[in-house]
Write a protein that binds this ligand. Structure first.
Ligand code: FMN
Length: 226
């Protein structure tokens, strides 16, 4: 039977608010709408939380069951982080709804992108995702029709617009049928990577994307819109 207590005991986030702690170097933004039914993401979240003192896990569905995201608290944590991780199951070829709301509200114009929006510049963004479909289903001849990389441009461009480097994603396909050995190895790779960032062998060769400067006049100012 699923253990429903695991979702909220990653850290005592309510009793120890972000402002009372030194900022994390690695910030894991994790979102799973039904964590009590999760086989993989629950384990990944727990392992991440215990991987290193420099890592903080934000379990969005536990923190914001009412979908009222504390944008300032999220932005304050992001400012200290060098690596931002988005960890979630793939839902409809994309991210779960609360994760999308987090992106909508936290990555604000003038803060994350656009004029004066430099808060995330130079940081790394790493997608850690699971799929129900096995790897071979992500193929033109199979039911998911596209290779999985075809679903990544919105993530990659979000990173680029914010001046972040999009790291090669860590994916576990066929999550329901992965063997215990595969799952344990996957969790091991995840925690090792979290604890060793930025000392990953391939990072030296990964360049930051082209600068995506949004022009000053991309949005009408308030006086024009009234
Ligand atoms: C609403 C919903 C949409 C889903 N969409 C996809 C999808 O687009 N592609 C896919 O491969 N799996 C999809 N799945 C399966 C999940 O990705 C899979 O259950 C999850 O990655 C397993 O991780 P977990 O054990 O942590 O729950 C979907 C599942 C749900 C509930």
């Amino acid at each position: 039977m699923a253990d429903t207590t695991e979702a909220t005991d990653l850290t005592d986030q309510a009793a120890n608010p972000p402002s009372a702690r030194p900022g994390p170097e690695v910030l894991v933004i994790a979102a799973h709408p039904q964590i009590e039914h999760s086989r993989i993401n629950r384990r990944l979240m727990r392992a991440a939380a215990g991987s290193a003192a420099t890592v903080e896990v934000r379990d969005l569905y536990a923190l914001y069951p009412d979908y009222l995201i504390d944008t300032e608290a999220e932005q304050a944590l992001l400012e200290s982080a060098r690596l931002v991780v988005w960890q979630h199951p793939i839902h409809w070829y994309s991210m779960p709804p609360l994760m999308k709301l987090w992106v909508d509200e936290v990555l604000a114009f003038g803060w994350a992108y656009g004029p004066g929006g430099n808060a995330l510049r130079g940081k790394d963004l790493w997608l850690v995702a699971t799929t129900g479909g096995p790897e071979e289903s992500y193929h033109p001849d199979s039911y998911n029709r596209y290779v999985f990389d075809a679903f990544l441009p919105p993530y990659e461009q979000t990173a680029a617009l914010c001046g972040m480097r999009f790291l090669p994603p860590l994916l576990l396909h066929g999550a329901h049928r992965a063997s215990e050995t595969e799952v344990a190895a996957h969790v091991g790779v995840y925690t090792h990577r979290l604890a060793s960032h930025p000392n990953w062998p391939e990072l030296d060769e990964l360049l930051y994307g082209l600068a995506c400067a949004v022009p000053e006049d991309a949005r009408p100012d308030d006086s024009e819109s009234t």
